[in-house]
Design a protein around this ligand. Structure first.
Ligand SMILES: C[S@@+](CC[C@H](N)C(=O)[O-])C[C@H]1O[C@@H](n2cnc3c(N)ncnc32)[C@H](O)[C@@H]1O
Length: 227
């Protein structure tokens, strides 16, 4: 019953995953994320960061709604695919001072920094009015979560908000990826600087999760604000 599958979510793991469409299909959606659509009104229009963005169509949606959108993604394939699949003209520049390529859309305010999230800082990214985290906090190694939270804390404006989409399941049923993260865990990782508010939750047990032995899976959306 207790399947403690240990996956090292290394950059090689993600680069390999992007070569396999069946893996990408596990998380990539061709439609705008429903949780974002339901809760976007909570985010002020402005500069929005989408960490570990993959080739999410949410980037284009948010830019069309008037946000200035900045994504960050390690996979070059994902970045290339994002612009190609959305029919967006772009420029791609190797940055001199950072281990990143900068992709920039010509028609919309979308930038994607291609590189390792853990090499990013405020000098690279700037500051943000909002952060949309879907499948990112839950995608990284648990040991990397404090570093991830610190980066978000450094780039979020004092008045900014993080919309964090997460889920819970029983770790004893499935110990693999993506990782479960409940409110207590998120509060602990983000620390006293952040107030974490659960805004909604719903059953998200799909066949793919049942097949992994999971019997209960609840998706949760949180708003994180600085206090
Ligand atoms: C589960 S996918 C979610 C993608 C996207 N948020 C979405 O909703 O479609 C996680 C993404 O994080 C990227 N990733 C993982 N570790 C990363 C890191 N250290 N730096 C940058 N990107 C990373 C992976 O390549 C992958 O595209």
């Amino acid at each position: 019953m207790n399947l403690q599958i240990s996956i090292d979510l290394s950059l090689k793991y993600w680069t390999d995953s992007w070569k396999d469409q069946s893996i990408v299909c596990e998380w990539h959606r061709s439609e705008v994320n429903e949780d974002l659509l339901r809760h976007e009104k909570l985010l002020d229009t402005g500069r929005i960061f989408v960490p570990l963005c993959g080739k999410s169509v949410d980037l284009k949606y948010l830019a069309e709604k008037g946000h200035e959108v900045v994504g960050l993604e390690f996979s070059e394939k994902a970045c290339d695919n994002f612009f190609q699949e959305n029919g967006l003209q772009f420029t791609k520049t190797k940055l001199a001072d950072f281990a990143f390529f900068q992709y920039e859309a010509k028609e919309l305010k979308i930038t994607i920094f291609q590189g390792d999230m853990f090499d990013a800082n405020k000098s690279l990214l700037g500051s943000f009015d909002a952060i949309w985290d879907r499948g990112s906090f839950v995608a990284i190694n648990e040991s990397d979560r404090p570093k991830y939270a610190k980066i978000l804390g450094n780039v979020l404006k004092a008045t900014g908000k993080v919309l964090l989409n997460s889920f819970t399941y029983d770790n004893r049923e499935y110990g693999g990826h993506p990782r479960t993260a409940d409110k207590e865990t998120i509060e602990k990782v983000f620390g006293v600087r952040f107030k974490v508010t659960l805004i909604d939750s719903y059953d998200s047990l799909k066949p793919i999760y049942k097949a992994r032995g999971i019997t209960k899976r609840v998706a949760c959306n949180y708003i994180l604000t600085m206090q």
